[in-house]
Design a protein around this ligand. Sequence first.
Ligand code: NAG
Ligand code: NAG
Ligand code: NAG
Ligand code: NAG
Ligand code: NAG
Ligand code: NAG
Ligand code: NAG
Length: 482
Amino acid sequence: MWSYVKSHVVGEFLACFVVGLLCLNVVESRDFNCREEQIQYSAINCRKHTALLTDFGGKGDGKTLNTAAFKAAIANLSKVASDGGAQLVVPPGRWLTGSFDLTSHFTLYIHKDAVLLGSQAESDYPLIDPLPSYGRGRDAPGKRFASLIFGTNLTDVVITGGNGTIDGQGAIWWKKFKEHKLKNTRPYLIELLFSNQVQISYLTLTNSPSWHVHPTYCSDVIIENLTILAPIDVPNTDGINPDSCSNTRIRDSYVVSGDDCIAVKSGWDQYGIKFGMPTQHLSIKRFTCISPDSAVIALGSEMSGGIQDVRAEEIYAINSQSGVRIKTAQGRGAYVKDIFVRNMYMNTMKYVFWMTGAYGSHPDPGYDPKALPEITNINYRDMVGKNVTIVGDLSGIQGDPFTGICISNVTVELASKQPSVFLSEKKKKLPWNCTDIAGVSSRVTPTPCDLLPEKQVDCAFPADVLPIDLVQLKTCSVGVGI
Ligand SMILES: *[C@@H]1O[C@H](CO)[C@@H](O)[C@H](O)[C@H]1NC(C)=O
Ligand SMILES: *[C@@H]1O[C@H](CO)[C@@H](O)[C@H](O)[C@H]1NC(C)=O
Ligand SMILES: *[C@@H]1O[C@H](CO)[C@@H](O)[C@H](O)[C@H]1NC(C)=O
Ligand SMILES: *[C@@H]1O[C@H](CO)[C@@H](O)[C@H](O)[C@H]1NC(C)=O
Ligand SMILES: *[C@@H]1O[C@H](CO)[C@@H](O)[C@H](O)[C@H]1NC(C)=O
Ligand SMILES: *[C@@H]1O[C@H](CO)[C@@H](O)[C@H](O)[C@H]1NC(C)=O
Ligand SMILES: *[C@@H]1O[C@H](CO)[C@@H](O)[C@H](O)[C@H]1NC(C)=O
């Protein structure tokens, strides 16, 4: 029994005992098939205690609902939060579950051969209040279904695995949404509110009913090595949406989506303005996106708490509607400022640069049309685009121009043949169309609009490194009998 565990984390007595027992349980039920496996993973913190979902009655047969097992396991493991914390290992199998909540000083580890399957029954997702910064749900004015994996007011929480899978089985939700049959807002796949020291990594996330990863009102968030896959023709399946979060890094991830691959947000009109919590200090590196109908990185449209200090580099886009897109509207208030993007490579794009001040989409008629957003200090440099339809469509707001736009060292090859959808429109699309903006450009091909005159400049990119980018993950090791 003792040989099943080789945790190098100190104080492994309980972990040994628990894992040994777990293995024994599996031995009994699986005709002595139990084998020892040494798992290694990278995390902000390793844990002293370990348990398997099977010890709490979990069944990985793809049919049994495991919500109660997850809840029992996490309730049990929350008791050791202040004694070195715990990791819950989801072993190989297909684990159907409804929504459950995480706890602090806790790791949910999804084995490489494990798939979490989101229940398709509305009753498996408790109803929760709208986000205070949104005032209402995005799909419907009422409540929201809690996300499949949910957490609020947590510290030090890790969701990781050996590239195990979380499958939201969203098809039924997409259908209900399109048919206007939902009275409440769809669940997200993973949502954490008011939490700090968050890590979501080394997983495949797929088919979320709506957004996949939604850290909201969080700080010190690490999101890396995620593969996020959704059909490209389904609604609102955004990849990663940092929302009113400070100090976030997104790295080494790949998203295919029907909506934005990354959408940076901070609340909606009067509710977001009142709540007043920005997304700031966000670093995105080595990120690949396929999003034929949306943006690689969207800023907004909900930005009413402000968006400031976003740095993105080594971004690869294939067959996407737009590169970086700023979406805002009268009534949003706040700001999008100090945005820096460099080394972005794009192939087959409708737009490289897209900004709109007329996005519309208001929560209710109570918004203040005089609440004008301030869009300023937007820097794009060192980019290559191929097979592009429109280089820049930049429209600010009349009387509230978007300023300080800088674009340097950008080479775009236009698509040789304009798709018929554009030829059939009355107006021929121009490579650049700018209104109510101000800025400069340097070494940009094709030549930008007159509102971005040539100046010999290299657009800014911060020389400092954000503290979140310096956080080193620890190597955690745990032996389990599975
Ligand atoms: C839950 O935790 C307690 C220790 O607090 C332990 O004795 C018990 O065995 C655990 N339950 C299960 C089902 O593992
Ligand atoms: C979570 O934290 C927020 C902000 O501090 C607070 O308003 C809220 O009441 C807390 N919620 C819970 C469930 O503790
Ligand atoms: C993780 O799994 C996904 C889906 O099977 C796969 O596309 C991806 O390449 C895997 N990532 C790694 C790093 O193995
Ligand atoms: C995360 O992705 C990067 C880039 O692909 C890779 O070098 C690194 O090994 C990955 N980490 C893990 C733990 O798979
Ligand atoms: C160029 O883009 C169009 C869509 O705008 C696409 O149909 C075509 O395959 C792309 N060509 C290449 C060489 O990628
Ligand atoms: C211009 O951008 C390209 C593409 O990112 C890069 O390889 C090159 O080094 C840049 N040139 C300068 C002078 O910065
Ligand atoms: C340029 O953009 C403005 C503002 O969005 C729009 O009204 C106009 O039709 C556009 N012009 C062309 C030629 O696309």
